[in-house]
Write a protein that binds this ligand. Structure first.
Ligand SMILES: [Zn+2]
Length: 692
């Protein structure tokens, strides 16, 4: 491995993390179950769905009126192609939802939400404010200034945001983009920025990019350290592995799914630092409300006083959101979330005539806006307060999902239903935030791994045949969670027992059909699929990575190298490297000691084994992989002093992770060796940044 390989290898993983893949490619609809092993909903599942149809407030149709209000036009196309020739977006992947059929394989409340998210086209929010909805996971909004557009949240990929801008220009009149507002640090809100930003206008100072405090750092950091595992987990929770079908992926709660194509990021020209900050661009007055630590670590709402319009970013959508996103991220603060909604309600709620957001549909009129704000405020506050109330009575993280219930009045409003965030996993998340994983029982403090404990359970339960018989009996009674409990042990004990895996898959499948939350549904149905078929990697599109590498600070990158190296390969290594990047005046000591890589910024060691001097702009070429360190040295762009062998040592500790590691036992052929890494192989499966 060449000395520069450690850098290039890291960047390959770094870029893999932030790439958007073809997660919801054209699969078409299937009238039958897509899997030969798939099962229809059982009589228990059908009974539960029928019961939900009776008790849920289906006569409240305001969401449908709001989702359609202000409709201007839909484009003549239903499919948006990406620049690589693939499909970036195809709203017809979900056209089975438009047939007016009730599917017993979908929770009726979820089917309703999935239908609401099928709205597609250009909508007027109020005169002068427009939204394109149904082009991607999020909405893109356009505010008319004196001369141009203020664009709010330019979707996930260049291709969909470009199509949206073209469409609004066709329908409302051609205008230049004069500003782009980015609400927060999730890729479905900024990844498509290059589809609406004209580089010349930006260079000439005719275009502003405005983002909340911490935007660049958080956008990259949240997905960097755990990115490989996060992406794999996302493949379950977003249903990336599932066909779009009544038996598969039907919705993503806050949209249909994520578009596939070119994902970028651009640094803001103006950062909103104060809690409340007002600026005017092209005659559009905007009052920003920073809401850090809510749905994202860096996020902000915007009040547009001249339009009497409040834009709620992703803080108020048509769903309970995630306190803990199941793809994995630091747990969020439900109480802070509630407080920011409350502040927005008191500050802007009385004057607002419309509230719109980057997902779901707008709400019009003071009463409706206050109703939604109040119910969303209370939903997050109740989760925090009542879960902690119960925790103080001794209810633990392993029980709360079966104990906590939101208040009856909140259960009756659609936008407080548990779609993106389920009450089950969010209640556990609140306890996680305050107490962590341990329930206080020593038996769960340092437990055996499931694969170690399961054989003992199976032996003591009398073996596989008895477990299978009992699990079938439980399934025949509709007791799927009980059946899951014992089959899970059997599958861990006997990972190659396919009948056991198939029976567990059947169990997961009924549970998936029954759950209202797509996050839960997709996780169970994805588990069922991999138990039946094994792990089948999804080929994903590769997109431009340069933006993300340039956005990654040198220190963050060096910290990341410390994660990407395998400590077990570094036993006995001991060296120090000075790195300095004169063009930005930064310097670092990178030290390997005790098989651990650490970095300190602002220092140089007097006893370093190697000193590297290279401009940050040249270092970026190495990070991207467009150039090698040796070439930079040869070209006089980098200087090495000391023992360059330590770079080879460092490189030898670096590992490329398997993007498709096994989640459920016996679903993947174990590979004896690490896959051989080719740094320049364009066919590597690149993966997806989890958006929310
Ligand atoms: Zn979003």
């Amino acid at each position: 491995m060449k000395p520069s390989s450690a850098f290039q290898l890291s960047v390959q993983v770094l870029t893999a993390v932030i790439m958007l893949g073809e997660v919801n490619g054209a699969r078409g609809q299937e009238p039958q179950h897509f899997s030969p092993k798939g099962k229809m909903p059982s009589k228990f599942t059908i009974e539960l769905q029928e019961q939900q149809r009776r008790v849920l407030p289906f006569n409240d149709k305001r969401d449908f009126e709001e989702a359609k209000r202000g409709f201007i036009a839909a484009p003549p196309y239903r499919k948006i192609m990406n620049d690589k020739g693939g499909v970036a977006w195809d709203i017809d992947n979900w056209s089975f939802l438009l047939k007016g059929e009730d599917y017993d394989s979908i929770h009726p409340s979820l089917q309703r939400q999935a239908l609401l998210n099928m709205e597609y086209g250009l909508f007027e929010v109020v005169p002068g404010i427009y939204q394109v909805r149904g082009f991607d996971l999020a909405n893109i909004s356009f505010v008319k200034g004196k001369t141009g557009w203020v664009v709010i949240d330019p979707l996930t990929v260049k291709e969909t945001s470009r199509a949206a801008l073209k469409f609004v220009n066709e329908k409302i009149g051609q205008r230049p983009v004069v500003a782009v507002i980015i609400s927060h640090s999730h890729a479905d809100h900024f990844g498509g920025i290059r589809g609406v930003v004209d580089d010349a206008a930006l260079a000439a100072g005719k275009l502003q990019i405005i983002a909340p405090k911490g935007f660049m750092e958080e956008s990259i950091q949240e997905n960097l350290f755990g990115g490989n595992a996060m992406t794999r987990r996302k493949s379950y929770t977003y249903g990336d592995l599932l066909p779009n079908s009544p038996y598969g992926q039907v919705d993503a709660s806050i949209g249909k799914g994520v578009a596939s194509g070119d994902v970028g990021i651009m640094p803001p020209t103006k950062v909103i630092n104060d809690p409340i900050e007002e600026i005017t661009i092209d005659g559009v007055r905007m009052v920003f409300q920073n809401t850090p630590g809510t749905e994202a670590p860096a996020e902000m709402n915007t009040w547009l006083p001249d339009f009497k319009a409040f834009w709620a970013a992703e803080n108020i959508v048509g769903s309970l959101h995630n306190i803990l996103t199941l793809r994995g991220a630091p747990v969020r603060d439900a109480l802070a979330w509630s407080k920011y909604i409350n502040e927005a309600m008191y500050r802007f709620g009385d004057e607002a005539e419309v509230m719109f957001a980057s997902h779901s549909w707008p709400r019009w009129g003071r009463d409706r806006i206050r109703e939604v704000m109040c119910d969303q405020r209370d939903m997050y506050a109740n989760l925090n307060n009542q879960v902690m109330h119960l925790a103080n009575t001794g209810v633990t993280i392993n029980q709360i999902q079966n104990v906590y219930q939101p208040p009856q009045t909140l259960q009756k409003v659609w936008y407080d239903r548990g779609y993106h965030g389920s009450y089950q996993h969010n209640s556990r998340a609140v306890i996680q935030r305050y107490f962590g994983f341990w329930d206080g029982n020593p038996a769960t403090l340092v437990p055996l791994s499931p694969e170690d404990s399961a054989p003992l359970y199976v032996e003591m339960m009398g073996g596989s045949a008895k477990i299978m018989a009992k699990a079938k009996e439980l399934n025949d009674q509709g007791k799927y969670r009980y059946s899951m409990e014992i089959l899970n042990k059997l599958v861990y004990a006997e990972p190659h027992n396919q009948p056991a895996k198939d029976l567990l898959a059947d169990t997961y499948e009924q549970l998936g059909y029954q759950y209202e939350s797509p996050s839960l549904r997709n996780s169970f149905l994805s588990g069922a699929k991999e138990l039946r078929d094994g792990v089948i990697p999804v080929k994903a599109a590769k997109a431009g990575s340069t933006d993300f590498v340039r956005g990654t600070s040198t220190e963050l990158f060096l910290d990341y190298l410390g994660i990407q190296m395998d400590s077990r390969k570094a036993e006995g290594m001991k060296f120090k490297i000075n790195l300095s990047t004169p063009d930005n005046g930064e310097k670092f000591v990178v030290e390997m000691s005790n098989a651990t890589l650490t970095t300190i910024a602002g220092y140089q060691a007097t006893d370093a084994d190697l000193s590297i001097t290279i401009n940050r702009s040249d270092l970026e070429d190495l990070m991207i992989g467009s150039s090698k360190l040796a070439d930079k040295v040869a070209a006089g762009k980098a200087r090495l002093e000391g023992n360059s062998q330590v770079l080879a040592q460092l490189a030898s500790t670096m590992v490329q992770w398997d993007n498709w590691f096994e989640i459920l036992p016996g679903t993947k052929q174990k590979v004896a060796e690490q896959p051989k890494l080719d740094l320049f192989d364009d066919d590597d499966p690149f993966v997806v940044e989890p958006p929310n």
